[in-house]
Write a protein that binds this ligand. Structure first.
Ligand SMILES: [Zn+2]
Length: 256
């Protein structure tokens, strides 16, 4: 993808519901901030962390946005709560399938995979795991974090959302925090975006990254997620879009 001009970057991003002009990651001029908030959009290179309950969640919820960020030269990490294995099998398997799939998906999106070490379907949210996850996030020093919306029918999705929120609090609310949606109705419930990113140009790479998770019935799940991105596209005036909810107390930063 060619570097985008400021004009077409502005046109790519729609912001509804709040009077926020979304910042430009590589061009600091023109960034606006909410009163009392600071923006880190003046940094030339952003660290973007996308947290998800399982391998595949960041890709399904944010894959088009991730591809835009990485194409712009930003550093993107996909931080998965677990390795997609429901017991300790992964620890003894030298070639765990879902880790290989996540690695391939990350390569397609030019991101780096990372794993928080929990077990699929047995997410734990307590003081020990808040502290462990906080340390992981401190090591990354993110400018922007995307995580799952906390009202969700999968307990691992709720867990990663709470762990991410607690890390944001413990780190002094200093990174921008956005929530994303997956498999609405089945998983995410009652999600009303405040921001949209036009992913029309990067949707094919998002699709490839999702299909890299070949063990996870991508025909079924991608069809469902594409309904969501087409609906968000209708809402925001694009062919396909990803919708986000910006946490109002977090900095206003840089959607691509
Ligand atoms: Zn999941």
């Amino acid at each position: 993808m060619q570097p985008m001009t400021r004009r077409n970057m502005l046109s790519r991003t729609s912001c509804l519901g709040t009077a926020v002009a979304v910042g430009l990651p590589l061009i600091s001029a023109g960034t606006e901030e909410l009163p009392g908030q600071q923006s880190s959009t003046t940094k030339a290179k952003l660290k973007v962390v996308v947290t998800g309950g399982h391998p595949g969640d960041p890709e399904y919820g944010c894959g088009g946005t991730i591809a835009l960020y990485s194409d712009l030269g930003h550093d993107v990490v996909l931080l998965y709560l677990n390795k997609g294995e429901g017991n300790d099998k992964t620890a003894h398997d030298p070639n765990p399938v879902r880790v290989a799939e996540a690695t391939k998906a990350s390569e397609i999106l030019k991101a780096r995979p990372s794993f928080a070490g929990q077990i699929d379907g047995k997410a734990i949210v307590d003081q020990v795991h808040y502290e462990q996850f906080h340390r992981l996030m401190e090591a990354e020093q993110p400018d922007v974090v995307f995580t799952q919306w906390p009202i969700d029918n999968h307990p691992d999705h709720r867990a990663i959302s709470l762990l991410s929120y607690e890390a944001w609090l413990r780190m002094g609310k200093r990174f921008a925090l956005f929530y994303y949606e997956v498999s609405d109705g089945e998983d995410t419930v009652q999600f009303a975006p405040t921001h949209y990113v036009d992913i029309t140009g990067t949707e094919p790479r998002k699709r490839s990254a999702c299909y890299a998770h070949a063990s996870q019935a991508p025909d079924r799940f991608y069809a469902l997620q594409e309904l969501v991105t087409r609906m968000r596209g209708i809402e925001s005036g694009h062919k396909q879009a990803e919708g986000y909810i910006h946490l109002v107390q977090s900095p206003v930063v840089a959607l691509p």
